[in-house]
Design a binder for this molecule. Structure first.
Ligand code: NAD
Length: 249
């Protein structure tokens, strides 16, 4: 168990890749704060962790709310011990023509997908410093590297996550905190359900990948564990594409 004794916070843990990350971190010994909206989904994730003998605390948290983020971090510390791992996973992805989007909708994407990642990092920093360091994993997206139609604010926000990760790595590296990003390719979650032509999406995805199978949320979760653990102790500021070799650079 590579993460025994560590406390992790995972946002967006009610579903999809966040749920897989929370469950896999717990299977490696971390005690996990399962954070996000959707109480039923959060409880289900916590149940999956507890069924395997792990420790989970459900923290219903809207990450666009500063006070809620602070409360989530306080609960992590008081119920599980100081946070050493933060996985910024929660995101929104409104779909539609770029020139029909309203400014408020654009701002909301950046509020949830970028500003909240910064706020969560800021809120856990002291807990990480208390233990001499920590690891922050931010979820970006392959769409930043490739572009994607009908997702402009989302794609731009995922580029911002890469920039935020690099700047954060510079800021906190000297203090023993690492920050990396993961850019997933296409995975079967609600985020890919939004594509109107599913058959075309998965056919194109498989065609573009070196590895000819569909990605599973566990593929991303295993990368999260690697970046959260000491196995990656000399890696920071990086963005790891977990995409079956779809984007090679
Ligand atoms: N599935 C993919 O193919 C794919 C590809 C690239 C990147 N990603 C990224 O992976 C991450 C997880 O997405 P997913 O695919 O699991 O989709 P998902 O919709 O299942 O997960 C998003 C989660 O974020 C939560 N969330 C949304 N707004 C929130 C808020 N204000 N406060 C707290 N939680 C909030 C949702 O409740 C949900 O649980 C996202 O960052 C997404 O951009 C996914």
């Amino acid at each position: 168990m590579t993460l025994a004794g560590r406390t992790a916070i995972v946002t967006g843990a009610a579903s999809g890749l966040g749920r897989a990350a929370a469950v896999t971190l717990a299977s490696e010994g971390a005690a996990v704060v399962v954070a996000g909206l959707e109480p039923d989904g959060l409880a289900e994730t916590a149940g999956l962790i507890e069924k395997e003998g792990g420790r989970a605390v459900v923290a219903e948290t809207d990450i666009s709310d500063v006070a809620a983020i602070e409360a989530m971090c306080e609960r992590a510390k008081s119920e599980l011990g100081p946070t050493g791992i933060l996985v910024n996973d929660a995101a929104i992805y409104p779909y539609g023509p770029w020139d029909e989007m309203e400014p408020a909708a654009w701002d909301r994407v950046f509020e949830v997908n970028v500003r909240a990642y910064w706020l969560c990092a800021k809120a856990v920093q002291n807990q990480m410093l208390q233990q001499g360091g920590g690891s922050i994993v931010n979820i970006s997206s392959i769409t930043f590297f490739t572009g994607a139609p009908n997702l402009m604010a989302y794609v731009a926000s995922k580029g911002a996550v890469v920039g935020f990760t690099r700047a954060l790595a510079r800021e906190v590296g000297p203090k023993g905190i690492r920050a990396n990003a993961i850019a997933p390719g296409a995975f079967p979650t609600r985020a890919t359900d939004i594509h109107p032509d599913q058959q075309e999406l998965w056919a194109t995805t498989l065609e573009g990948q070196c590895i000819k199978r569909r990605g599973e949320p566990a593929d991303v979760a295993n990368a999260v564990v690697f970046l959260a653990s000491d196995a990656s102790s000399f890696i920071t500021g990086q963005t790891l594409l977990v995409d079956g070799g779809a984007f090679l650079h």
